[in-house]
Design a protein around this ligand. Structure first.
Ligand code: NI
Length: 137
């Protein structure tokens, strides 16, 4: 088991109250667990800002498959980055809309590039990227 360190934190009472509400909402068993998660999330975000950090990401997009050439365009982008694309899952939401989750790994800069191209493609209604790294304690 990893050695744990303890530290004291001074925090305005009002802010601590809000933090405790947040813990209840997110079902955290205690403050320590929540603080650890928040620190990790901050470090992952920071890694995502470093171009060379190794990242893995889920790029989620919703698009209208009736829009001309959108599916061809999305596939073209994925072939261009075939070394980085791990998988793609396609879900037909209804008669018009498709949902796709593309898993991408590689340098943060490359992952961001792929995400920008896919999310920015004409016909993509909404997109979101969730970047993570295993490179944190
Ligand atoms: Ni579809």
């Amino acid at each position: 088991m990893e050695r744990l360190a303890r530290f004291g934190v001074s925090i305005p009472e009002k802010l601590l109250g809000k933090f405790d509400d947040y813990l209840d909402q997110k079902k955290y068993p205690n403050r320590s667990e929540a603080i650890r998660d928040l620190i990790r999330a901050a470090l992952v975000d920071e890694a995502g800002c470093e171009a060379d950090a190794e990242m893995i990401a889920a790029i989620s997009i919703v698009f209208d498959h009736h829009k001309r050439e959108i599916e061809d365009k999305l596939v073209d982008i994925q072939h261009r980055y075939f070394r980085n694309i791990v998988s793609a899952t396609h879900v037909h939401i209804d008669e018009h809309n498709c949902f796709e989750v593309i898993i991408v790994r590689g340098r943060a800069a490359t992952v961001r590039e792929v995400a920008d191209l896919l999310i920015g493609a004409k016909g993509v209604r909404i997109g979101k990227v969730s970047m993570l790294t295993t490179d944190h304690p």
